[in-house]
Design a binder for this molecule. Structure first.
Ligand code: SF4
Length: 310
C-alpha cells in the first residue's frame, strides 16, 4: 500500500487583489519509509505544500485534490478527527524559523510539558519527553535550561524533538537548516538521516539541492505553485529533464571550479497567473507550444511537465 499519495492538490489564498494560486495540481507518492525532498526558489509553493498536508493553511483554502495517507483519505475527515488522530500524532511539522519561537521565560522541560498538556496527554510524560530528547541526540541536562543557554543547533534539535514527541510516522521539515552555520547544518542533516534510518518518513523542504542529496529517496521540484518534475533522487541529479531543474542544479557551486550559472529573471506572480508554462519567460528552450499548459509526461521514475518531452 502506498504510504502517501497526493493527487491534484490545489490550494489558493484569497487576498484583496485576488486569488493567489499557491499550489496548483500537485501530484506525487511515497512508499513506506521513503523520504522526499521538495526544492525550488522562494515563493514557489513549497511551504504551502507542507501546510496543506498538515491542514494548517491560514488565510487559504484547499480547492481540490486528494491526499491518501496510510490508506485514509485525510481531506475527507472532519477537522476534529484530523486534530485528534492525525495532526502531531501521525503527521507532524517543523515550521520554518520555529527555533526562534521558543519561549525565553520557560525552561525547555516546561515547554515540552505545555505541548503535552495541549494534547491532553495522560501517559508517562517524563518517559515520552526523555525518549524524544534522546532521539535527537540530546541528554536530560538540556531540559533544565532556558532557550538563551542553548546554541542554534541545540534549539533546532529541541524543535525537531517537539515535532517527534507524539511519535508521528511522517514529519515535514520546512527549511530546518536555513540560517544555521555549515557545521550545525551538517549536524541537523545527520540527525535527519538517523531519524530516516530509524524508520521515519520525512518531507524535507529546502531551496538547497545539495542538502536534499543526503536524505531524499525522491525529489519534487516546485515552480510557480506546481510540481514540475518528480522522480527518484538518482534520476533528478543524474538525468534532470525540466529546464528549470537543470538550471537549479547548474547553480550549485562545486569544488571542481568554474562559475555556477544562475537562472535569469524572477519567479512568476502567482496572483491570477496566465495560461501556459510558468517558466516560459525564463526558459532558454521556450517555443510557441509552451503558451499552453504542459501536461505531465512520464519519465523513468516519475514525470516532467514540459513540452520538450511530449
Ligand atoms: Fe521551457 Fe516550454 Fe518546457 Fe516550459 S514547457 S520548460 S517553456 S520548453
Amino acid at each position: 500500500m502506498t504510504f502517501l499519495d497526493v493527487d491534484g492538490l490545489t490550494t489558493r489564498y484569497q487576498t484583496s487583489k485576488g486569488q493567489v494560486h499557491a499550489l496548483e495540481d500537485v501530484n506525487f507518492s511515497l512508499e513506506k519509509g521513503e523520504s522526499i525532498g521538495i526544492a525550488g526558489e522562494s515563493a514557489c509553493g513549497k511551504s504551502t505544500l507542507g501546510l496543506t498536508l498538515i491542514r494548517m493553511i491560514q488565510g487559504g483554502k484547499i480547492i481540490s485534490g486528494k491526499i491518501t495517507f496510510d490508506g485514509e483519505s485525510i481531506l475527507d475527515i472532519t477537522e476534529s478527527k484530523f486534530d485528534n488522530d492525525y495532526r502531531w500524532k501521525k503527521i507532524s511539522m517543523v515550521f520554518q524559523g520555529a527555533m526562534n519561537s521558543l519561549d525565553p521565560v520557560y525552561t525547555i522541560k516546561q515547554q515540552f510539558v505545555e505541548v503535552l498538556k495541549e494534547h491532553d496527554y495522560e501517559g508517562d510524560s517524563e518517559k515520552l519527553i526523555f525518549d524524544s530528547i534522546s532521539s535527537v541526540n540530546l541528554d536530560e541536562s538540556v531540559l533544565k535550561k532556558y532557550p538563551h543557554e542553548l546554541s542554534g543547533g541545540m534549539k533546532q534539535r529541541i524543535i525537531i524533538a517537539m515535532a517527534l514527541l507524539l511519535k508521528p510516522k511522517f514529519v515535514i521539515a520546512d527549511e530546518p537548516t536555513t540560517a544555521l552555520d555549515v557545521l550545525i547544518q551538517a549536524q541537523i542533516v545527520n540527525l535527519l538521516k538517523k531519524l530516516k534510518k530509524d524508520g521515519m518518513s520525512i518531507m524535507l523542504i529546502t531551496h538547497d539541492l545539495a542538502v536534499l542529496s543526503e536524505i531524499a529517496d525522491k525529489i519534487g521540484i516546485m515552480y510557480g505553485g506546481g510540481m514540475i518534475e518528480f522522480g527518484s533522487s538518482q534520476d533528478i541529479y543524474k538525468n534532470p529533464k525540466h529546464p528549470y531543474t537543470k538550471g537549479l542544479l547548474e547553480s550549485i557551486p562545486t569544488l571542481r571550479g568554474g562559475k555556477p550559472k544562475y537562472i535569469k529573471g524572477n519567479p512568476p506572480n502567482l496572483l491570477s497567473p496566465k495560461e501556459g508554462c510558468k517558466f516560459i519567460d525564463r526558459c532558454p528552450e521556450a517555443m510557441e507550444k509552451c503558451k499552453k499548459d504542459p501536461p505531465r509526461f512520464k519519465t523513468d521514475s516519475g514525470y516532467v511537465m514540459c513540452w520538450l518531452y511530449e
